[in-house]
Design a binder for this molecule. Structure first.
Ligand code: SF4
Length: 272
């Protein structure tokens, strides 16, 4: 095993591909600091850097770093990212894809959301087929993948045990997503929510970003579509999409045809 593989996780500014943080990047240690550091980030670049070093949730920090040390046997010789997985993709996207949280041995290992896990295999293959990605696979942060008019982020940016963040962890993390969506609001015309968790939590985030939110909250479903007015009267459409989790793809609840149709619709709405 290499020296790099023996490192517990990747400290900021140590040369990991796409690592925007450096040792001077401010670190959030509680919910209040997440809110203030998200609000005061001078650019999307700085926001991403700040997300990537956050330590506000004790349980999730301990879990992500424990996983990064213990590793799965098949990745035993790889260093793990072991940090929050920030938003990634086009800085001026027309489509924003929102997921739940990074996978312990996917994004938490590779440092890029949906990268190196089965859900990502399905997601990026579909994005490639419909013309929203330049290649069908996403295996490492330096694999050359580029999203076309599209950006993606997790609702909760640290891998949670059993893929289940607590309500407190979710609420603590939401200002990162709210600020990211506010930053891309001038260009974004469609938000694709992968799964019910993203769907439920995107509404308060959109409200914080200046959008008018329907009441009662619309029900989640694959293909659910809600148009909302945003800042400066520019509207966007929220689309519901079943999560391409292994459970959903194995059981046929989500198929390639369903994903392709959904992202084709997103492309049409976003006029890409
Ligand atoms: S889940 Fe979000 S708020 Fe909590 S430590 Fe990770 S990045 Fe910070």
């Amino acid at each position: 095993m290499s020296d790099a593989a023996n490192a517990p996780y990747v400290p900021p500014g140590t040369g990991w591909p796409d690592d925007l943080a450096d040792p001077g990047t401010p670190v959030a240690h509680d919910a209040g600091e997440v809110a203030s550091l998200a609000a005061s980030a001078a650019s999307l670049h700085e926001l991403v850097a700040r997300q990537s070093v956050c330590r506000a949730c004790d349980r999730l920090v301990a879990w992500r770093e424990k996983v990064a040390v213990e590793r799965r046997r098949m990745f035993a010789d790889e260093p793990y990212w072991g940090r929050p997985v920030p938003g990634w993709g086009d800085p001026d996207p027309k489509i924003m894809v929102v997921g739940l949280a990074p996978a312990a041995h996917g994004g938490n290992r590779t440092g890029r959301i949906f990268t190196g896990d089965r859900s990502g295999d399905w997601l990026f293959a579909s994005l490639y087929r419909v013309g929203l990605a330049n290649q069908p696979t996403s295996v490492r942060a330096d694999d050359g993948l580029r999203l076309i008019g599209t950006r993606m982020a997790a609702t909760v940016r640290c891998a949670p045990p059993d893929n289940k963040p607590t309500p407190g962890e979710r609420d603590t993390c939401l200002p990162w997503l709210a600020r990211e969506i506010a930053d891309v609001a001038p260009s974004v015309r469609c938000v694709v929510c992968l799964g019910g968790f993203a769907w439920q939590n995107v509404w308060p985030v959109l409200k914080d970003a200046g959008y008018e939110i329907p009441r009662p909250r619309p029900k989640f479903g694959h293909g659910a579509e809600v148009e909302i007015a945003g800042p400066d009267g520019v509207s966007l459409t929220v689309l519901g999409c079943y999560h391409p989790s292994q459970q959903n793809t194995f059981t046929g609840r989500v198929t390639e045809t369903m994903l392709d149709a959904l992202f084709t619709r997103a492309k049409t709405l976003a006029e890409i």
